[in-house]
Design a protein around this ligand. Structure first.
Ligand code: MG
Length: 289
């Protein structure tokens, strides 16, 4: 038994004992017997080590090696202050104009710009982004009317529809009783917010939303959409798996659609205001790299 072999496989104490046996029994038969013992010990130890190191999950093909120096490093982004847009965001509304928005039928946006915000006028209709988006991080600020009118779903109602399909509810939920899955920050008709983080009527509120689009193949759903929402910096939707297109009084279902579509803002007949809207499109398949 060459020392280098035992050196590489056995712990120090056991190795020492094996050398002692070899030295003390330097005669043919006894050596053969001890060699057999050593081999059995070696095999046992080897199988034990191999068993401990065996992967507990199916082998996976990785695109990158661990600590791969060729793997692109994340881009450097200058963070914004509390709510201002970071350096790589697309600013959808900075208070000056509605050039990034359109009304139904590709018409110029009908909503009004006042001061640093836009407001839903009577008959304003749905507003949509001119650009299309799939996976994204969205920051949007909104305020329900300072003068409280109506109740339940009729009070400060609007909504943010990702891909024009999946609504994050906007509602004055400050001391306003309504059904849970229709509250501010609810995924409408599916999932109530984890908390009611609403500020009083008229005060500005923030939504920060991470949305991952659904994936379809051959007109069938392969992977549902997911959404995470922070309302005034409080987590209210935690990677919710969206059940389908949000609907009123109907169970949601998916209908196949394009990989990128406009975001729409709902006109529900209440003069809700919006300001400071920016978006960061996310790579479509980043999670599978
Ligand atoms: Mg709504």
């Amino acid at each position: 038994m060459h020392p280098s072999l035992t050196n590489s496989l056995l712990p120090g104490k056991l190795r020492q004992q094996l050398y002692t046996i070899l030295k003390q029994n330097f005669s043919g038969r006894l050596i053969m017997k001890n060699v057999m013992v050593i081999l059995i010990v070696l095999l046992t130890v080897t199988f034990f080590i191999a068993g401990c190191a065996a992967p507990q999950q199916p082998a996976k093909q990785y695109k990158w090696k661990v600590h791969d120096p060729d793997r692109p490093v994340p881009p450097i982004i200058t963070p914004g202050t509390a709510t201002s847009a970071p350096s790589d965001a697309i600013v959808l509304f900075d208070g000056s104009d509605l050039s990034e928005w359109a009304s139904s039928g590709d018409k110029p946006a009908k909503w009004k710009v006042e001061n640093d915000y836009m407001v839903i006028p009577k008959g304003g209709g749905t507003l949509r982004t001119r650009r299309s988006f799939g996976n994204c991080q969205l920051h949007i600020e909104w305020a329900s009317p300072a003068e409280v009118k109506g109740s339940d779903q009729g009070r400060g109602n609007s909504g943010i529809y990702f891909m024009g399909q999946y609504e994050v509810q906007v509602l004055d939920s400050y001391n306003n009783k309504t059904y849970a899955d229709g509250q501010a920050g609810g995924i409408y008709g599916q999932k109530p917010p984890l908390a009611n983080a609403c500020r009083p009527p008229g005060e500005w509120q923030t939504y920060d939303i991470i949305f991952h689009r659904p994936i379809f193949a051959d007109e069938k759903l392969v992977k549902p959409a997911t959404i995470t929402v922070l309302h005034n910096n409080i987590l209210i939707q935690d990677h919710w798996i969206i059940e389908g297109r949000t609907l009123w009084r109907q169970r949601a279902i998916y209908k196949p659609h394009a990989d990128a579509l406009p975001i729409t803002l709902q006109d529900h007949g209440n003069p809700v205001r919006y300001r400071n809207i920016w978006i960061r499109p996310l790579k479509p398949d980043e999670e599978t790299e």
